[in-house]
Design a protein around this ligand. Structure first.
Ligand code: GAL
Length: 436
């Protein structure tokens, strides 16, 4: 199987070390957390107080990772109450709406989750974030993060956020038992996908689990189909100003996505991404295409990679790592700036990242992580990030500004229910006029 092959091929730790060297309408919850851990170089604020951290990490895996960092923060900064302001909903679709209202109303949280890349430019343009260039250098983060990532957090000559991880969006997760029992191998190409899907459907198994409740799942599926059809170079051009969405390959991608959705569960619109992942875990569906936060989710459910579930590149995405990075910024007018800086110092630290990422299902943003703390999948992913071609995720903020992402997302969410190829092609062409 794919996973075992990787482990055999590489004397994992040493090679990984080399590679590393080279290179969001759901309810808002506010729940303070508790617990202890170790020292770092974080500037410890004194005199008690609060720290409000805003994110959309509420599911298994992502919430565990966040809590692991809160534990360390509490140890380092005794007496400070952490206000864990989360708004449920994958990819932050709901959270970003709530955040916008708070920012416009002059009530920022101290620090919020923002994707590195074009997504953060809107907050900067609106004057809602503090530059972090000097802080970044004082902490030495510029020396330990890949240049490609530094580029993504630099805008108008300043650094604006502290990356805590790198995620891969284009992963096919599958139920190993279903594949074994049916004599199938995970599909590498789009054609393979349809062959496998047909065989599974004939056995009464849902081939592909897809969510829709969080309003990012079909847009997410579609970015991997675009990548498969266009290849990494032309895919990246699709999100540049002036991109040509009248290219016939856009229609081809929409037709493929339509066929894929026809092989998926019909209750898409009522399931979140984690519910879709759970269908795979429960053996009710064979595959799901989701970012590797699904790995964090599976881990949180006690499932074992290589035994209960396997992974491969999304169909037609072999050799290309579609990437994104979660980061945290400092609010202009943050109520607790010193506490927030201590949080940011933790987010960028090795200790923080090594506590967060193994639970989150992501790889560290730092190149000096303790790789032995990462499991088989994450070690594979660390290596892949260093050796595969990279493509920026559009749904998760790396490739295009928020205004465009919203239009792209709207077009694909309508498509998720009507499967109207003509309409989605037209909507995507319209959206492209707003690429900046
Ligand atoms: C992404 C985010 C991930 C994960 C996922 C599901 O946008 O980068 O960290 O939270 O949404 O909510």
């Amino acid at each position: 199987m794919f996973t075992t092959k990787w482990l055999k091929l590489f004397g994992v730790f040493s090679i990984l070390a080399l590679v590393l060297a080279a290179c969001g309408g759901a309810p808002a919850t506010t729940q303070p957390t508790a617990a202890p851990a170790q020292p770092t170089t974080a500037p410890a604020p004194t005199g008690g107080g609060k720290l409000e951290i805003f994110s959309w990490w509420t599911n298994g895996g992502e919430a565990d990772g966040l809590n692991a960092m809160f534990d360390i923060y509490k140890q380092q900064n005794p007496g400070i109450e952490i206000v864990n302001a989360t708004v449920a909903g994958g990819a932050g679709t709901n959270a970003k709406t709530v955040l916008k209202t708070r920012l416009q109303g002059g009530q920022p949280p101290d620090s919020w989750q923002v994707h590195a890349g074009k997504e953060l430019t809107a907050y900067v343009d609106a004057g809602q974030m503090e530059p972090l260039t000097q802080f970044f250098k004082e902490q030495g983060f510029d020396k330990v993060m890949p240049p490609k990532l530094l580029e993504q957090i630099t805008y108008n000559g300043e650094i604006w956020s502290v990356p805590v991880n790198i995620h891969r969006s284009n992963v096919l997760w599958y139920n190993i038992k279903i594949f074994q029992e049916n004599g199938l191998t995970p599909p590498k190409t789009i054609d393979d996908f349809f062959t496998v899907a047909e065989a599974l459907q004939a056995k009464g198994i849902i081939p592909l689990a897809v969510g829709g409740k969080d309003k990012f799942e079909t847009p997410h599926l579609f970015e991997s189909v675009l990548l498969a059809v266009f290849g990494p170079d032309d895919y990246a051009k699709l999100f540049q100003p002036g991109a040509d969405w009248s290219d016939p390959r856009v229609r081809q991608a929409a037709e493929i996505a339509k066929r894929m959705l026809e092989y998926s569960n019909s209750d898409r619109s009522s399931l979140g991404w984690a519910d879709a992942a759970q269908l795979v875990l429960d053996g009710k569906a064979a595959m799901t295409i989701m970012g590797d936060w699904a790995h964090g989710y599976f881990i949180s459910k006690g499932a074992k990679v290589g035994a209960d579930y396997g992974y491969a590149a999304a169909p037609g995405n072999d050799g290309v790592f579609m990437w994104l990075s979660d980061s945290f910024g400092l609010a202009k007018g943050a109520p607790n700036p010193e506490q927030a800086k201590a949080w940011l110092a933790l987010c960028g630290s090795r200790e923080g990242q090594d506590a967060f990422n193994p639970k989150k299902g992501s790889i560290p943003a730092r190149t000096d992580a303790n790789v032995s703390l990462y499991d088989e999948y994450l070690q594979y992913s660390i290596k892949a990030f260093g050796s595969e071609k990279l493509a920026p995720s559009v749904v998760h903020g790396a490739a295009a500004p928020e205004a465009y992402m919203t239009e792209y997302g709207n077009a694909l969410n309508v498509f998720a229910s009507d499967l109207d190829v003509d309409a989605v092609v037209e909507a995507l062409q319209d959206a492209a006029k707003d690429l900046k």
